[in-house]
Design a protein around this ligand. Structure first.
Ligand code: CA
Length: 235
């Protein structure tokens, strides 16, 4: 849908521009839709040749790069890009769960990699991390109202005071803070908990929202009837 050879979408907004190089239509579609929802401007190409053209004509903030491409290996494109001293962060998508392969990718100048299949949330989280690194922002602390959350230190404070949260409470609060002002459905919050449990119990989100309200104040998280939850920005 965002094939480079098709329409070139002119986008004058100051948004992060991502080049997705992926020949699998289903994965590409999912990645592009997910990144657009996150607010990225996305160009999608399906082979190395188109990727090279895209890189010559556009400035990208990030590249999401598949390895197995119809006209060669993504690693070759990576090498070439690095050879031209382009220091765009590159996140590799690979189907191979192989240590030697990962080493090759990282040695070749990749900044991170994800093994297929992956969760879109994981991709966007890694991209945020790459983005912070490339922008040289050492402090990724999230701040909403009087609440501060430090994802790296796993620390939350309210009015400067430490608040002890369980890991799932922390994960839910982090998602709500990252998406402040937006209503998140129960399913979206459950997705964020993926990895903690093989199975998320049907009432897990409610239980932890309850816990968060008890620790941070009832008004912090609004329930939006039939839709989901939203972090109250002027808590
Ligand atoms: Ca492929």
């Amino acid at each position: 849908m965002r094939s480079f050879r098709g329409n070139i979408i002119i986008d004058n907004e100051e948004r992060m521009r991502v080049l997705v190089v992926e020949d699998d239509k289903i994965i590409g579609d999912g990645v592009v839709a997910g990144l657009q929802m996150e607010g990225y401007a996305v160009d999608w190409v399906e082979d190395i040749e188109s990727a090279e053209t895209a890189l010559e004509t556009n400035d990208y903030n990030l590249i999401v790069l598949d390895i197995g491409l119809p006209d060669g290996s993504g690693l070759d494109l990576l090498k070439k890009t690095r050879g031209q001293k382009k220091d765009i962060p590159v996140l590799i998508l690979t189907a191979y769960d192989d240590v030697s392969f990962k080493v090759k990718g990282l040695d070749g100048g990749a900044d991170d990699y994800l093994i297929k299949p992956f969760k879109l949330e994981e991709l966007t989280a890694r991209m945020r991390a790459l983005r912070r690194r490339s922008e040289g922002r050492a402090d990724p602390t999230l701040e909403v109202g009087n609440i501060e959350l430090d994802p790296a230190a796993k620390k939350v404070t309210k009015d400067g005071k430490n608040i002890n949260l369980g890991p799932k409470e922390f994960a839910i609060l982090q998602i709500l803070m990252e998406k402040k002002g937006k209503v998140l459905s129960k399913a979206q919050l459950e997705d964020g908990l993926y990895g903690w449990d093989a199975e998320v119990e049907s009432n897990t989100v409610e239980v932890h929202i309850h816990g968060l309200r008890k620790k941070l104040g009832k008004e912090i998280i609004e329930t939006v009837k039939y839709v989901g939850y939203r972090l109250n920005e002027d808590n």
